[in-house]
Every structure is written in C-alpha cells, then in structure tokens.
Design a protein around this ligand. Structure first.
Ligand code: PLP
Length: 458
C-alpha cells in the first residue's frame, strides 16, 4: 500500500476552484467535494489516508489494463524525451502516430483502414459526424445530414455529441438538435409492454423503418449506436438487433457509426465488439478510453475505404484538425497499452472470467430491490425497483443508486451510481476472487440499503 500524507483538507480547499464534470455545482459550492483519490495500483485506488478501494468503474470505464503500469508511464516518458510534440497537420507526420495508425487499422474490421486521432470520445464522435457531413457534401447530397440516435444513448459532451445524447442529459442546455432524430431505447426491461425479446426486436426495427420513411432517407446521413449503451444504464439490445439495423442502414444508404468508446479494447472480450461480438461492419467506429487505458487522452475515429475515397478526391479541403491529434506521447501510451492487452492476453481473460462476473451479479437478483441485472462481460449494471412485479421505481429523491454506492464505498468498493442503477465496469484484470469480493460487497451494501429504506418507512 502506498505511503501517503493526509493533505485532504488542503486539497479540498484547492478543489473549490475546480469546475467538476456532471455535478451539482451549487452543492459543491456549499459542501465541497468528498472523495480524494490520490494513488492507484492494479485494480485498486487509494485515498489520502491510504484507505483502499476496489475500482469497480476502472476510473470511468477506461483503465482497462489496470492502474500503475510502469511500462505505459515509461513509454510516455521515453517518447517525450525523443519527440515531445509535433503535429500531423498538412504533410507532416511522426513515427508514433503513423505506426499507431497502421497497427490499429490491422485490428479493425477489414473495411476500416483510415483513422483520425483526437483526445476524447466526444471528439471522436464529433469527428465522425463532421467527416460524414463532408462526405455527403462531396457526393452532392447536401440535405443528407440528420443522424439517427436512440433514447438512452451517451455520445459525449461537445456540442454535436451531446445533441446525439439522450435528451435527459440536455435539460436547460442548448444543442444542435436539428441534426438528430431519436429512436426508442433498445432495452427491453424499460419497455412497458413486457414483450418477448424477438417481438421487441421487431418493434424496434418497425419503428426504425417507419421513422426513416417519415424523415426521408434523403435527409439522413447516419445512424449512431453504442453496441451496448453504457452511461444510459447498460442497455443491452435484443439478439439480432445490430445485424438487422445494419441491414436497414444499407437498404436506405445510411452510414452506420458504431460508438465503441466503451466497448473497444477488451471490455466485451474483443478488441472491437462491432464485428467480433455483434457481426456488423460499420462505416465508422469511434473509440477512446481503453485505447490508452486512460493513461493519456487519446481517441481514434476509424473510417471506411469507401468513405475516405469520396472525402479524399481531388479538390477536397479537409478542414478538420486539432493541435493534439496524434500527440506523440498519447500514441506512445496507446502502443504500450496495446502491448499489454496483447502480451497478457487480456481479451482472452475477459472471455474466461466475464461469464463468471455475469453469473455472480445475476445471483443478486434474489434480493428484494434488485429488479434487473444486465450487461455482458466487464460491462454490467444493476437496476433497483420498489416492486419487482410491477417494476415500480423508487422516487427520484430516494437516489437509490447513490445509497447503494455509498454503502459499497464504506466497504471498500467504488461503483458508479446512475439514477436507479449502479454500474460496474472494472479493470479487465480482475481475478475470480476479486469478482467474488465485488458480489459479496454488493450483497452487503444492498442489504444495508434495504435496512435504511425500512427504517425510513420506504
Ligand atoms: C459511449 C460513449 N461515447 C462517448 C463518450 C464520451 O467520451 P469522453 O468523455 O472521452 O468525451 C462516452 C463517455 O463516457 C461514452 O461512454
């Protein structure tokens, strides 16, 4: 365990100048931040007092190879000493970006041989849409600009990415809504009619076709979909959904964008989930997080040969660029991270222990308030309800996910509260014992929450 000085009070004072992401800024002004995480090792993080927590979120779905890997830190340091920075603007390049582009496009589905690097998942998705719009313009399809997205989706916080994100995330904010048309969430648990899986899938596909006809395929550029929706609540689509929506996209000449910001680089046991897990070949794949396991900010948007041929015809002006696109240190981190994923066979490990993780979490369904347990491999969620039979939720003020997560944190486990849910997306290196430890801690935390609810008359 690392030796730490307790500087918590000082840090919390300094933190009052920090604008936090996705937070209630008023409460933060009144109460300040609570948890200071100061160091990390393997699957664990430590606070200033040296208390240890199992990182059930892998940071934010990103620390796939686990914390504290010196190989990545060393690769970044070596790169900075050799070439600290240079751009990939115009006709300039450098070894780190060029070699990473070649390496990654060997791993993608065979039609995706071109990559643009950014520094976040939001930028990866914005890049996808900017380039897609340019592609449509180059083809003379100037009206073909709308994007189909889905209720429950999370695609990021830049202006365009948030427009494609489920409307609940935008309350009180402006967004480029004119570009987006929403289809239903593909999560059966949330659908009131309690349909069988195949029937629900038919319902979703009928709606998709109906809406395309309504909006007009001549106005629709693309369909963006996470293979499994993450921040929306680990929403797993019915079997066959991705293949069928991919076919509809083909039929209507709509480009398929797979947002693999969470699912790529091992979380579902494959480097990329689109083809290997869901048997689809998107026109664009967006990735970030697990590409460097969060050690450096880097994202990658992959484009098909067909798209790039249109985009790169004579007379094009690719007016898209970011200072830090293909930053040498970020590319070095990604290379070192990929080395670990490959050499330590982390995808194979996830394939082997992922089903065990699913099984032990499903085992929590015997608890009265656990309505649903869903997800796949290292991307799981538990949804809490007041009444299992009717799927009645607790009132929002109960903040049930937060209550369970607080109890878990007191017991040394960090999970992500998400409304009526908690989400688990741990580092991919967990052993079976650590998986069992998570299940046991959750059971205790849920039972403690139920006791609180009972004593509060809920
Ligand atoms: C599926 C998905 N897409 C995009 C993003 C945005 O990524 P970033 O926060 O790096 O901008 C996220 C973030 O969680 C995500 O889960």
């Amino acid at each position: 365990m690392p030796l730490l000085n307790d500087r918590t009070d000082e840090i919390l004072q300094q933190d009052r100048h920090l604008v936090h992401s996705f937070s209630d800024l008023h409460s933060l002004t009144e109460e300040g931040a609570r948890t200071v995480i100061s160091s990390a090792e393997g699957a664990y993080v430590f606070n200033e007092q040296g208390d240890r927590f199992l990182d059930g979120m892998a940071g934010l779905w990103c620390v796939n190879v686990g914390h504290g890997r010196h190989e990545i830190a060393d690769a970044v340091a070596d790169q900075l000493k050799t070439l600290d920075y240079f751009s990939t603007f115009y006709n300039l390049t450098h070894p780190s970006a060029a070699s990473l582009a070649a390496r990654l496009t060997q791993m993608t589905p065979s039609n995706l041989n071109h990559v643009y690097f950014g520094n976040s998942g939001s930028v990866a998705n914005d890049t996808a849409i900017r380039v897609l719009h340019y592609y449509q313009n180059r083809k003379g399809c100037h009206r073909k600009k709308k994007i189909l997205s889905r209720i429950g989706a999370y695609h990021g916080s830049t202006h365009l990415a948030i427009a494609m994100t489920t409307p609940a995330y935008r309350t009180g904010w402006e967004s480029a809504e004119e570009y987006v048309h929403f289809l239903s969430s593909p999560c059966a648990y949330h659908h009131q009619d309690n349909m069988a899986e195949a029937e629900f899938c038919d319902f979703l596909l009928d709606e998709m076709v109906r809406d395309i006809e309504k909006v007009g395929a001549e106005n629709i550029a693309g369909f963006i979909a996470e293979p499994i929706m993450g921040a929306g609540g680990v929403l797993v689509p019915p079997g066959g959904y991705h293949q069928r929506t991919a076919q509809v996209c083909k039929d209507y000449d709509i480009k398929l964008i797979s947002d693999e910001v969470v699912t790529a680089f091992g979380r579902l046991g494959q480097m990329f989930a689109s083809e290997s897990v869901f048997n689809i070949q998107p026109d664009i794949i967006c990735t970030a997080k697990g590409l460097s396991s969060g050690y450096q900010p880097i994202s990658a948007t992959f484009f098909s040969d067909e798209m790039m041929q249109v985009v790169a015809t004579s007379g094009n002006r690719f007016l898209h660029g970011m200072t830090y696109s293909g930053h040498p240190a970020c590319c070095a981190a990604a290379h070192a991270n990929l080395d670990i994923l490959e050499n330590e066979k982390i995808c194979e490990h996830v394939q082997s222990v992922g089903p065990h993780f699913e099984k032990v979490l499903l085992g929590l369904k015997d608890l009265d308030i656990v309505g649903d347990v869903r997800g796949s491999h290292f991307m799981m969620g538990l949804e809490f309800v007041k009444n299992k039979a009717t799927r009645e939720y607790f009132d929002e003020e109960v903040a049930i996910g937060m209550q369970v997560s607080k109890h878990a944190q007191q017991r040394g486990l960090i999970v992500r509260p998400l409304g009526a849910m908690i989400v688990l997306s741990p580092p991919l290196i967990l052993s079976r014992e650590q998986i069992d430890e998570i299940a046991m801690t959750l059971r205790e935390s849920i039972i403690a929450t139920m006791a609180d609810l009972q004593s509060g008359g809920l």
